[in-house]
Design a protein around this ligand. Structure first.
Ligand code: F6P
Length: 336
């Protein structure tokens, strides 16, 4: 059995630990061959590959980024590195020529969609959910999320001391694309006073009132955590817009921080290392059993899998009945 493995979409902590989980299990336990495909689906268009050995897997567990490289190449869309060819047909041909019996796709929502389309064309695909955004349908958590939350929480902790020293409002914008998971989890873990997520509509007057109420209670500073995907005026960046509106509503000096790509960089947390290792191992087990067209998922503390066609095209979003939202509201945190 010869496995091809690729990583596609934005990088995140834990990808290398997942590659290691797949590869080591494949080589040691099942005696399979593993071919690394460089730069996501782009590497399948250009046949840019390498043969993995046990030695290739050294030093990967705590290494950030992806040792295979990644791209946002979408083979079922026009454009990209080769634009004038039938890209899916070229990839099918290259898969045959490289001699791959199956393909492990490590990626986010876009990758799951592409993986589902190749599965429908008859490729033996197993995929692993990867994103700091935690917005992949069908899994409780994707690896990378815990690491991003830990980085964002540390940043919020640091903003607390400077906010209280200067009696300012500090607005911090975190990633998450259209989902508010990073804002919710880091905002709650970091003791945010206002948490704005794309899924819950906000009224800036409520945000201002929350901050002024704190002032009345002798708390002259506030921490506002905003997800990058919230609605703003005329496409303005979330943090800049909310900071400007808060200053207008409250008259309190307000500063903004955009955390950016730091959330995606560096070493995975122990939780993500172990989740990646488990997901990688289970992906190889699915291949050994011949169960293709499925995405690995974490449900509770169990690793299982679900059909790719159930995942593709859906988003897992924050809901108002999430326990962190309920408990946060009871504690006086403003969600908008
Ligand atoms: O999906 C992960 C993510 O980091 C999002 O949180 C963010 O919106 C997006 O990727 C950034 O994309 P890019 O790497 O293309 O700038």
């Amino acid at each position: 059995m010869r496995i091809g493995i690729l990583t596609s979409g934005g990088d995140c902590p834990g990808i290398n630990a997942t590659i290691r989980g797949v590869c080591k299990t494949a080589i040691h336990h099942y005696g399979m061959e593993v071919i690394g495909i460089h730069s996501g689906f782009q590497g399948l268009l250009t046949k840019d590959t390498e043969v993995f050995t046990d030695k290739s897997m050294s030093g990967l567990l705590n290494l950030g980024g992806t040792m295979l490289g990644t791209s946002r190449e979408k083979p079922f869309k026009k454009g990209g590195i080769v634009s004038d060819v039938d890209k899916p047909a070229l990839i099918m041909k290259n898969i045959r020529e490289i001699g791959l019996d199956c393909l492990v796709c490590i990626g986010g929502n876009g990758t799951q969609k592409t993986a589902a389309k190749f599965a429908a064309l008859g490729v033996n695909v197993v995929s692993v959910p990867k994103t700091i955004d935690n917005d992949i349908w069908g899994t409780d958590f994707s690896f990378g999320f815990d690491s991003a939350v830990s980085i964002a929480t540390d940043a919020i902790d640091r903003l607390h001391s400077t906010a209280s020293s200067h009696k300012r409002v500090m607005v911090i914008e975190v990633m998450g694309h259209k989902a508010g998971w990073i804002a919710l989890y880091s905002g709650m873990a970091g003791g945010g006073d206002v948490i704005l997520v794309p899924e819950i509509p906000y009224n800036i007057k409520n945000v201002g009132a929350t901050i002024l109420n704190r002032l009345k209670k002798g708390k002259p500073y506030s921490i506002v955590v905003v997800a990058e995907g919230i609605v703003t005026d005329r496409g303005k960046r979330a943090a800049a817009y909310i900071a400007q509106e808060i200053e207008y509503e409250t008259g309190i000096e307000t500063r903004e921080t955009v955390l950016g790509y730091i959330q995606r960089g560096g070493s995975p947390t122990p939780f993500d290392r172990n989740l990646s290792t488990r997901m990688g191992g289970h992906a190889t087990e699915l291949i050994a059993k011949g169960e293709f067209g499925r995405m690995i998922a974490l449900k509770g503390n169990e690793i299982s899998s679900i059909p790719l066609e159930e995942v593709a095209g859906k988003l897992k979003l924050v809901t108002e009945d999430h326990d962190l939202v309920i408990q946060g509201r009871r504690m006086g945190i403003c969600f908008g």
